[in-house]
Design a protein around this ligand. Sequence first.
Ligand code: ZN
Length: 103
Amino acid sequence: MQKDKEELSIGRFQRLIANAYVTRDKERGIERTFLWFVEEVGELARAIKRGGQSELEEEFSDVLAWLVSLATLLNVDMEKAARRYLNGCPKCKSSPCTCPMQR
Ligand SMILES: [Zn+2]
């Protein structure tokens, strides 16, 4: 199977990112890694304003990579965390969510 067509779970993505970056991330530490994550969120905001599809995809992947890096540093298993949503909204247990709309 072509590598770009493979199914990629969140857990496997977290392991891939950890293999690539965990040593550097540990050296940088949680606070500075969090700042990088926030900076990437800012870049995503700019990409949303400008709206180029390939730029959006790139910024979403960067935000996700920094998010799972942070989770690894804080010993959070993102596969397990994502499973909170497996049966729909964790609050009302429905899908679609039936909670009062928040704006
Ligand atoms: Zn809900």
